[in-house]
Design a protein around this ligand. Sequence first.
Ligand SMILES: [Zn+2]
Length: 167
Amino acid sequence: MDILTLGNDLLRQKAEPVRPIGAEYVGIAEEMIEALHAGKGIGLAGPQVGLSKRIFVVQVEGEAPRVFINPTIIGTSQDLVKYEEGCLSIPGIWAEVMRPAAVKVQAWNEKGRPFTLDAEGILARVIQHEYDHLEGMLFIDRLSVPKRDRVLLKYEKRRVRQHPPKA
Ligand SMILES: [Zn+2]
């Protein structure tokens, strides 16, 4: 699975619910986890691999991978924390983003089994980042305009260096 990068329209679309959660989702989740490992990331959402469906996979250090299908964030903590985020779709860019420190999420796994999870720390962070992808939102959208302009400029410069224009 190839990972789409900033500029691809699919990253800006609201993803569709998975209905029904068919047997093919076991394989799709597996492929997404492989792509996540290949990209050395901690989370990957359907739209990032060209699948505009409400699914994401997450794996934080020391834990097994988790699959979230049709997730709903049903609760967030009052306290907000700053944490440096990056994104497999915006390689080479990191920025601090403020978000709730803890979330409660309800979702289904790849076998169609429902679950509810209380997450905090890095797990809460990655769940919120991936959930945003399902809404067509990227972490840079949560930065102040001057800060977003700065990181986008940096991203463009980096891209031009990697793919110099052919004269
Ligand atoms: Zn991302």
